[in-house]
Design a binder for this molecule. Structure first.
Ligand code: AMP
Length: 122
């Protein structure tokens, strides 16, 4: 069951219901991967679980072991598929207000294809 605070009308929920399009890269039973609409690097993809989870905290507490494993495996697969893993990449998942999460459905960003810069440059 979805977290009581999960917003079923968030933009990624709409993508999962095919109500709005996305530039899909890959999917499996538990995850969908698509290109970020406003890329911050030559490679910028988002991996999301198909289940209704707000963020990584919600996912860690409430997702099944299968969903959790599939999400982690998908991140590795997509890093390879995009070529990001060749030279390294940044993996980000923003959580909540201080984390500046804009879309309240768990997503992992893979940023790569060029040097991403220091974590201190923020
Ligand atoms: P965050 O701040 O981690 O919640 O990031 C949300 C990300 O979703 C941003 O990088 C947006 O560019 C991206 N985004 C928002 N709407 C879409 C969309 N319709 N398709 C693909 N990416 C999107």
């Amino acid at each position: 069951m979805a977290h009581a605070l999960y917003d079923t009308n968030n933009i990624f929920a709409k993508i999962l219901r095919s109500e709005i399009p996305c530039k899909k890269l890959d999917e499996c039973d538990y995850t969908l991967t698509f290109h970020d609409i406003n890329p911050q690097a030559p490679i910028h993809v988002l991996i999301i679980p198909k289940g209704a989870y707000i963020d990584l905290d919600d996912f860690a507490q409430n997702a099944s072991s299968e969903e959790q494993a599939a999400f982690l495996v998908a991140i590795g697969n997509e890093a390879k598929l995009t070529g990001a893993s060749e030279n390294g990449y940044r993996l980000i998942t923003n959580i909540g207000g201080f984390g500046h999460q804009e879309v309240p459905h768990l997503h992992a960003h893979i940023l790569g294809g060029e040097p991403i810069g220091s974590m201190r440059a923020r």
